[in-house]
Design a protein around this ligand. Structure first.
Ligand SMILES: [Zn+2]
Ligand SMILES: [Zn+2]
Length: 252
């Protein structure tokens, strides 16, 4: 069941109960149905994600929201619906775009109408989001590092650093930063006593590796530089058939 149907079912349940909010929930159920209608229309529309361009494609569906209010809404909203009906297309667009740029809680119609639009893009972003890539530029991780983010944390938190823009972002501990493998039996570690705060984090599923710098063992380390300095570990990884996720500046 999709998001909007779940909301409608729940609102209907509450509308049928004996709560004092009954009447409100009846109205909200109708409103959610209108939002579902907008959402279903949007699903097949050739949207760009830029409201300035998209608004003309689905502006006409505002009618669904206006009708619900006219039939069952509170008086002040009915008044607003009336003036929106009388507004020109460009006036309506202006109201919608103004809300999209700076949302206001009192702008009921723009809010109700644009929620399905916002939700659609939020879903698309989430489904294409890849935690193994830099959230800022999409680059591959250069290295992984552990640090205590909170004084109370017992084990360090793992972050990745982007090879392209040097941004860092949080990443789960026992997961391959290349293919997402989570099975601990497929993930191996290698380190030497000479450099005990840097280790190879290798994956037997995709045969890739990344180096991890442990700042909880050696807080003076600079992950970017210490990763380069731990060159002997790259030799070990290459000899064992692992490929690095992203080569560093000195070509290792
Ligand atoms: Zn980046
Ligand atoms: Zn992997």
């Amino acid at each position: 069941m999709d998001f909007w149907h779940k909301q409608i079912n729940r609102a209907r349940e509450l509308a049928e109960g004996s709560s004092p909010a009954n009447e409100l929930m009846v109205f909200y159920t109708h409103l959610l149905r209108a939002q579902l209608e907008v959402s279903e229309f949007l699903r097949t529309a050739p949207l760009t994600g830029k409201l300035e361009q998209d608004v003309s494609l689905f502006r006409s569906k505002l009618d669904a929201i206006l009708s619900v209010v006219e039939e069952a809404g509170p008086a002040p909203l009915v008044e607003q619906a009336k003036s929106l009906r009388a507004a020109s297309e460009s006036e309506v667009d202006e109201i919608l775009l103004a809300y999209w740029r700076a949302p206001s809680d009192t702008d009921f119609f723009a809010k109700a109408f644009l929620q399905p639009y916002g939700q659609l893009f939020q879903n698309r972003i989430q489904s294409t989001f890849d935690e193994k890539r830099c959230p800022f530029c999409g680059g591959k991780p250069q290295l992984s590092f552990l640090q205590n983010k909170e004084v109370t944390a017992e084990s360090g938190n793992r972050d990745l650093m982007c090879a392209k823009c040097l941004s860092t972002w949080p990443f789960r501990r026992v997961v391959c930063a290349n293919c997402g493998e989570e099975d601990p039996a497929r993930l191996g570690y290698f380190q030497t006593t000479a450099i005990d705060h840097v280790r190879i984090e290798a994956c037997d599923t995709c045969k890739h590796y990344i180096k991890g710098v442990d700042l909880t063992r050696f807080g003076m380390a600079q992950p970017l530089v210490d990763e380069v300095a731990a060159a002997p570990l790259d030799l070990w990884a290459t000899e064992h058939g692992y490929q690095k996720i992203a080569i560093n500046l000195v070509g290792l």
